[in-house]
Design a protein. Structure first.
Length: 143
């Protein structure tokens, strides 16, 4: 079972080391399905951004039950696309995919004028997401 901590950590990941290289060509095809799906892409971006906020900001913490539910919905979506749980786990643990989502996370902050290394700006963005009730904000709490 994927725990909320693992999902949140994996995404800042997010989110992503080829532990199951024996899956081979099928893995590549299924990973492309995951890469191309807007719901999966958006969800992993949310997790990556939220994880970065949580890592930098002492006053922002994850809402673990919400994060678990959110992660399970993403796994359900992946399964609907024909991807096994093992393949999902390998995908989120893959170093290349984790780096890809770090790049996406950096872009998310950049489009909002936030330097990812500016703790105050990142924390302010996190609090703004909470106030706005965005998906990122719903997975975090302040205080």
């Amino acid at each position: 079972m994927i725990t909320p901590f693992r999902i949140v950590a994996a995404a800042g990941v997010l989110l992503v080391t080829g532990l199951f290289t024996t899956i081979g060509h099928t893995q590549d095809a299924n990973w492309q399905v995951l890469r191309d799906d807007p719901e999966i892409h958006s969800g992993l971006t949310v997790i990556a951004v939220g994880r970065h906020m949580q890592n930098l900001c002492d006053d922002l913490t994850p809402r673990y039950l919400r994060a678990l539910g959110f992660a399970e919905r993403l796994v359900g979506r992946a399964r609907d696309l024909g991807v096994t749980r093992r393949e999902v786990d390998a995908y989120i643990d893959d170093d290349t995919e984790q780096q890809r989502y770090r790049t996406i996370m950096h872009s998310w902050f950049s489009t909002r004028g936030v330097d990812v290394s500016d703790r105050d700006a990142v924390c302010r963005a996190g609090r703004d997401e909470i106030t706005a009730g965005s998906q990122i904000g719903r997975l975090l709490r302040s205080g």
